[in-house]
Write a protein that binds this ligand. Structure first.
Ligand code: NDP
Ligand code: ZN
Length: 351
């Protein structure tokens, strides 16, 4: 089969590989729509998870089942499915501890385009198919359903990590597709003021459409100072970090009220350390909590997020700005993600 791969650090290209084998609990899926991710860019061009050779990229796919193992109960060839980016081993001790995404070690539930070939291929393999795939409902176009693989689960997890509750004032740092989903998740969790930080004009427009009450540019001075000015020095209850860099935590801690929570889903792709400002952190005693994590996987979770699209609580359409219709254009879509053209939110390739 053919696939678009990371050949080595900073190098990508098309390769040929044997098609994956289906184990008794697994499924083999043919992609119908795929989307590249900012994480693919961190992986290839920043080397954020280290060297990988001839590894097929991609972890966001909606597809058609072509084969299932003999122990798979709920899926059959021909079913259209959403496959989340994270596909844990549900029988693991980490899963029993409530952190299935780390089954097999830290981040090891993230298998596609990390520990095994990803979805930018003629076929891909899904472990524990009954637990790791969800049937696509008829009323959702596979193009928009690709957002259920990673952008929605991650953005909504950011709001979960920050424990956003009704009446909270929330700052969402970064309003790419992940941060925009976090804005919407905060609205659905009952947030009051939502301060969205970003500059790309169409992202700013979607942030407003999704319910942000204020827009802040990180290019116009300290984010923390702008938030403190807007809140008369009080700060916010919750900070969601979905963009920026290691030093974004300095802003996040500074603008957070005592008792507040930072929910980070940003993938820190360089540097050795994250600095926490001592005084603003209450000299270690400020009850300013930092929760950070990888998106959870799982069929039930995808079904719950899918129901938000079906019931029109979440409109995925504004997030897809670039559509391609040929398998070979996966490469173009990934390059768009790398270069972050000005009007980009998220590209999708369907075939
Ligand atoms: P984008 O690159 O599309 O968006 C990043 C956002 O951060 C933009 O709004 C950008 O602003 C803003 N930004 C850039 N620099 C700064 C800065 N110095 N200070 C504040 N904001 C800044 O990313 P995505 O939405 O695709 O992904 C967000 C992050 O989530 C990535 O790191 C990605 O790898 C990670 N991720 C994590 C997952 C998880 O499970 N934890 C899963 C999937 C993704 P501007 O408008 O100017 O571009
Ligand atoms: Zn992704």
């Amino acid at each position: 089969m053919k696939g678009f791969a990371m050949l080595g650090l900073g190098k990508t290209g098309w390769i040929e590989k044997d098609a994956p084998q289906c184990g008794p609990l697994d499924a083999i899926v043919r992609p119908l729509a795929v989307s590249p991710c900012t994480s693919d860019v961190h992986t290839v061009w920043q080397g954020a998870i280290g060297e990988r050779h001839d590894m097929i990229l991609g972890h966001e796919a909606v597809g058609e089942v072509v084969e299932v193992g003999k122990l798979v109960k709920d899926f059959k060839p021909g079913d259209k499915v959403v496959v989340p980016a994270i596909t844990p081993d549900w029988g693991s001790l980490a899963a029993q501890d409530g952190f299935a995404m780390h089954s097999g070690g830290a981040l090891a539930g993230w298998k596609f385009s990390n520990f095994k070939d990803g979805v930018f291929a003629d076929f891909f393999h899904v472990n524990e198919a009954d637990a790791n795939m969800a049937l696509l409902v008829d009323d959702i176009d596979p193009v928009y359903a690709t957002l259920l693989c990673d952008m929605m689960p991650t953005g909504f997890h950011a709001a979960e990590l920050a424990q956003v509750k009704f009446g909270d004032n929330v700052c969402v740092i970064g309003i790419g597709p992940v941060g925009l989903c976090a804005v919407r998740a905060s609205v659905l969790s009952g947030a009051a003021n939502i301060y969205a930080v970003g500059t790309r004009p169409n992202c700013v427009e979607v942030a407003k459409q999704y319910g942000a009450t204020h827009i802040i540019s990180y290019k116009e001075g300290s984010i923390a100072q702008q938030i403190l000015d807007l809140t008369k020095g009080e700060g916010v209850d919750k900070v969601i970090v979905a963009g920026g860099d290691n030093d974004t935590f300095i802003d996040a801690v500074t603008m957070l009220k005592p008792g507040g929570i930072i929910g980070n889903v940003n993938y820190l792709d360089g540097g050795e350390f994250v600095r926490i400002p001592r005084i603003e952190w209450g000299v270690g005693m400020g009850h300013k909590f930092i929760h950070s994590g990888l998106m959870p996987g799982g069929r039930r979770r995808v079904e719950r997020l899918m129901s938000l699209i079906s019931t029109e609580r979440f409109d995925p359409k504004p997030l897809i700005t670039h559509k391609f219709d040929k398998f070979e254009q996966i490469e173009d879509a990934l390059m768009l993600m790398k270069d972050k053209v000005h009007d980009l939110i998220k590209p999708v390739v369907s075939f």
